[in-house]
Design a binder for this molecule. Structure first.
Ligand code: NDP
Length: 451
């Protein structure tokens, strides 16, 4: 608690007490509290009306049973979650995660982060998140569909385009969104396009939504590099993950002239010094849904596969690191290696991928560090653009949508940088993002009264 302002310590202690056994949620709240000391020193009125305590408490938490029948006729049971964290700026907005590690604490951490991220985007969206411990790996298409339909039988009553608008996250892509939206439409008898984002273009999706998180992190990281008069051209880049965010990060970095030499999945990582063959990676991971070692086998060409447990992708010397898999995947040890190897910038594509120790090491070493709630906000920002297109029955071109995304990322970057300057910590994007997000939510909450 040493780095927490003493006025905020009791609030943090109370969050730990009433949310026992939820380490990821504590970690996310702790990180924001570290930044808020400077805010309450300047504006003590934010301590009134239990405003900060209310920001740390979700408005509503829903936990439900999801029974479904597998291909062998056995009944399976999973647990579903939706945490509606904060609706002071707009309807709850945040993705659904399908992964066996999902529990209430993880969904709360994601919903809390999402609230500030959505505020930072400058768009009228509140924060929420959901998920389930269902493992979509090795399931048939029929099993995925029946699971999504069962989940939606319960969840649909809590959603609505003015109420709560889910999207994808780990394990949830276009296929799952389609099944969930289809069941929602059937249950409600309403074609409410704006109730889900990340939809396919065929039925109300936005162009560039699939690409938006990875593209957005690349734009944000480019803006950070530009503050040191450099860019991606000729840089060696390491990206972790091989899912939606990672793949579109690799695509955009390559278009800016960078060479992505490695990426990973939960089975290990591959090193391809010539630069990753994006079409092959997409074929292996997104189409065939295989392990990443298959990429090394098919590509040949001296590409190596390193299985999990035999080293870290962050051991590879690189100029830019873009963690894009999952939370706490880049540790203090990894951060030390990156610094020793001369990394210039780290842009978080995933949510909270760097541990607190890793962030401390990177910041102390003066590495440009883009925290997820700013750097990966391009996904949710483009979701808000999808809602805008649905509401006006309009469809924008890819170029128009990407241009909006690029502007939004630049303005998020500048807002973080200006806020960091204003609060006496130039170049500190963590502080800038936390404070700018907090202030926007807190101002709205104050005007709405004690609710
Ligand atoms: P995907 O499911 O498409 O991809 C996730 C990737 O990360 C996969 O390659 C997966 O490997 C790997 N991965 C997942 N868990 C682990 C783990 N425990 N250890 C190692 N690798 C792991 O998800 P997304 O790309 O959509 O999401 C990635 C991150 O980005 C998440 O933190 C998410 O919250 C965040 N994010 C996503 C947004 C979006 O628009 N999709 C928006 C903002 C943030 P495998 O294939 O083996 O499972």
């Amino acid at each position: 608690m040493n780095n927490i302002d003493e006025k905020l310590r009791p609030i943090l202690a109370e969050v730990a007490r009433r949310n026992a056994g939820e380490p990821e949620f504590h970690q996310a709240v702790h990180e924001v509290m570290e930044s808020l000391g400077r805010v309450v020193a300047k504006h003590p009125d934010y301590l009134e009306q239990a405003l900060i305590e209310r920001i740390c408490e979700p408005e509503r938490q829903i936990i439900f049973r999801i029974p479904w029948v597998d291909d062998q006729g056995n009944v399976q049971i999973n647990r579903g979650f939706r945490v509606q964290f904060n609706s002071s700026l707009g309807p709850y907005k945040g993705g659904m995660r399908f992964h066996p590690s999902v529990n209430l604490g993880i969904i709360k951490f994601l919903g809390f982060e999402q609230t500030f991220k959505n505020a930072l985007s400058g768009l009228p969206i509140g924060g929420g998140k959901g998920g389930t411990d269902f493992d979509p790996k090795n399931k048939s298409d029929g099993e995925i569909m029946r699971f999504c339909q069962s989940l939606m039988i319960e969840l649909h009553r809590h959603l609505g385009e003015q109420t709560d608008v889910p999207a994808g996250d780990i394990g949830v892509g276009g296929r799952e969104i389609g099944y969930m939206f289809g069941q929602y439409k059937r249950l409600t008898n309403r074609y409410e396009s704006g109730v889900f984002t990340g939809k396919d273009i065929a039925y109300g999706g936005s162009r560039a939504r699939t690409e938006a998180t990875g593209f957005g992190n690349t734009y944000f990281t480019k803006a950070m590099l530009e503050t040191r008069q450099t860019d991606f051209d000729g840089k060696r880049v390491v990206v972790s993950g091989a899912g939606n965010v990672a793949i579109h990060t690799i695509e955009k970095v390559q278009s800016f002239g960078g060479t992505v030499i490695a990426c990973s999945d939960s089975s290990g990582y591959i090193i391809d010094e010539a630069g990753i063959d994006l079409a092959l990676l997409q074929e292996v991971k997104s189409v065939r849904r295989e392990r990443i070692s298959e990429y090394a086998r098919l590509r040949g060409n001296g590409v190596r596969f390193v299985p999990v447990g035999k080293g870290s992708v962050w051991d590879l010397p690189c100029d830019v690191a873009m963690p894009s898999a999952t939370q706490n995947e880049l540790t203090g040890k990894d951060a030390k290696t990156l610094v020793k190897n001369g990394v210039l910038a780290v842009g978080e594509g995933a949510n909270m991928p760097c541990t607190p120790e890793a962030i401390r090491i990177l910041r102390e070493a003066g590495i440009l560090f883009g925290p997820g709630k700013a750097a990966n906000a391009g996904g949710v920002a483009t979701s808000a653009l999808e809602m805008q297109q649905n509401a006006s029955r309009d469809r924008w071109s890819f170029e128009q949508t990407e241009q909006r995304l690029a502007q939004i990322m630049k303005s998020i970057h500048d807002r973080c940088a200006e806020t960091a300057d204003e609060y006496g910590a130039p170049g500190d994007y963590v502080l800038g993002a936390n404070i700018a997000g907090f202030v926007r939510v807190a101002k709205a909450m104050r005007m709405l009264g004690v609710i």
